[in-house]
Design a protein around this ligand. Structure first.
Ligand code: ARG
Length: 482
């Protein structure tokens, strides 16, 4: 096959240098995007009278065949996917026709456009993955709404809550992670196509038209910025990292809860592994790997930012190295999210073991202090002092223990009937009375989570519908020329 880029003076003759220059391996991710970019570009060239309808028709036919043949049918000795596709087109329809595909474009705007298209799909897919995990969390939260469990700060038993409330805390964090992906999507979805090398072109192209045919909201405003900027990648990978950090915290809670010491959760067999030497073991490997993959996403963000820092304008080949990091980040974050949705869906939560964490450790201490303030009018600091003295003596106090200490510390008898006192000491009453907005006793929490989930589902569906409409528009424009 004719090497359309290397026919001239330049071109590596050494295999190692060839491989070093090539982005072919990671270009698999943008193969489909590049075909569509070619279609939208050539349709617009014909509409603008820059190539003839006959040439455009022939090129479009060749692009269909190249698409059908798939990425693996391309000649991988090309520097990247763009000349590989162009060479296939030229091979099929001859250079006098196929050689017109690259009129008024450069690989610089071409690749930036392809990355944005492929990244758009990753963002939408990532949003879908986040929604699936949130949906699993909300379902399981409804089921475990009344499973008492201790919450921890500093990994010390702190106050009682419910497993449901704990699971919903992750749904709330993931709602923001979804929002960050959606925000990034808005800035990714601008079309650099037509920026050419960086200075645009003297051909009378229509950048609005290619943008609309490819489902972009608008063309990027400045042609140099269009090819030089990868801020959209930093933002997207950073959003993926934020979500990964949320996932890694969930993983850590699951790993702890699955230990013999807690025994609060049991992973379904499909999501656990055993030991090659210790036959009794059931290890939470899926959660550990998802926790570990957060490092991959973090590494990808660091690599991307480091790659971009201080680059001169406009295009530099360094940028090629950043592209693969985007896919690594999304592969790691999205697979973790999907696997964790399965973990949550199938996990067994043990009501008894969860309850055991609130039986001792005096997790009702804060509520007891609050009750003393409310019922006797003493200052919170005094109540804190009373309850701290109780805690020094026992981690499972009775009403009488509290009365004795109250008299010792304040010199007064405690004016609080047994029922109220016991209610404050009892974890269930304690959780139910914590009904401030967002707290475990707030009965509206589940409904709010479901409403937010539905709203985000609508957002995602409408973004996907917009893309489907633009796909139809591109098909129609192609048909028009055929
Ligand atoms: N493979 C290149 C990349 O990923 C495509 C653009 C090449 N442009 C150039 N002027 N060499 O960035």
């Amino acid at each position: 096959m004719t090497d359309i880029l290397r026919r001239g003076r330049l071109g590596a003759t050494d295999d190692e240098v060839d491989g070093f220059l090539s982005s072919f391996g990671s270009d698999r991710r943008i193969f489909g995007a590049d075909i569509d970019v070619g279609r939208a570009h050539v349709v617009t060239l014909a509409e603008c009278g820059i190539v003839s309808e006959d040439d455009a028709r022939a090129i479009l036919g060749a692009l269909d065949e190249v698409e059908e043949g798939g990425f693996d049918a391309l000649d991988g000795t090309h520097e990247d996917v763009h000349p590989a596709i162009e060479a296939e087109v030229v091979e099929r329809v001859g250079e006098d026709t196929g050689g017109r595909l690259h009129t008024a474009r450069s690989r610089n705007d071409e690749v930036a456009t392809c990355i944005r298209i492929a990244l758009r799909d990753e963002l939408l897919g990532g949003m879908r993955d986040v929604l699936a995990l949130r949906s699993a969390l909300v379902d399981r939260a409804e089921e475990t709404d009344d499973y008492l469990v201790s919450g921890y700060t500093h990994l010390q038993r702190a106050q009682p809550t419910t497993i449901g409330h704990h699971l919903l805390s992750y749904d709330a964090a993931l709602e923001r992670d979804f929002g960050r992906l959606a925000d990034a999507y808005g800035r990714v979805n601008e079309s650099p196509l037509g920026s050419a090398a960086f200075a645009g072109t003297s051909f009378g192209i229509d950048r609005e038209r290619t943008a609309e045919l490819l489902g972009f909201d608008r063309p990027t405003r400045n042609s140099m910025d269009g090819v030089a900027s990868r801020g959209f990648a930093v933002e997207s990978v950073s959003s993926a990292l934020n979500a990964s950090v949320t996932l890694s915290r969930l993983c850590e809670d699951l790993v702890l809860w699955s230990s013999h010491e807690f025994g609060i959760v049991e992973f379904d067999d499909a999501y656990a592994s055993t030991s090659s030497i210790m036959p009794q073991k059931k290890n939470p490997d899926t959660a550990e790997l998802a926790r570990g993959k957060t490092a991959t996403v973090h590494g990808a963000l660091t690599a991307t930012v480091t790659n971009l820092k201080g680059l001169p304008s406009a295009y530099n080949r360094d940028l090629q190295e950043a592209t693969g990091r985007i896919w690594e980040a999304f592969d790691a974050a999205r697979s973790s999210c999907r696997v964790l949705a399965g973990v949550i869906d199938t996990a067994g939560f043990d009501r008894g073991s969860a309850r055991a964490t609130v039986e001792d450790g005096f997790v009702g201490a804060t509520e007891l202090a609050d009750a003393l303030v409310r019922e006797t009018g003493i200052a919170f600091r005094t109540a804190h002092h009373v309850v701290a003295s109780v805690a020094e003596q026992t981690d499972k106090p009775t009403a009488d223990d509290v009365r004795d200490v109250f008299r010792e510390v304040t010199g007064d008898a405690l004016e609080l009937d047994d029922e109220r006192l016991e209610n404050a000491l009892e974890p269930r009453g304690c959780v139910e009375s914590h009904d401030s907005y967002g707290a475990p006793g707030d009965e509206g929490l589940l409904d709010e989570a479901r409403d937010a989930l539905e709203a985000d589902m609508d957002t995602l569906n409408s973004l996907e519908e917009d893309l489907e409409l633009s796909e139809e528009m591109l098909n129609e424009a192609v048909e028009e020329i055929r």
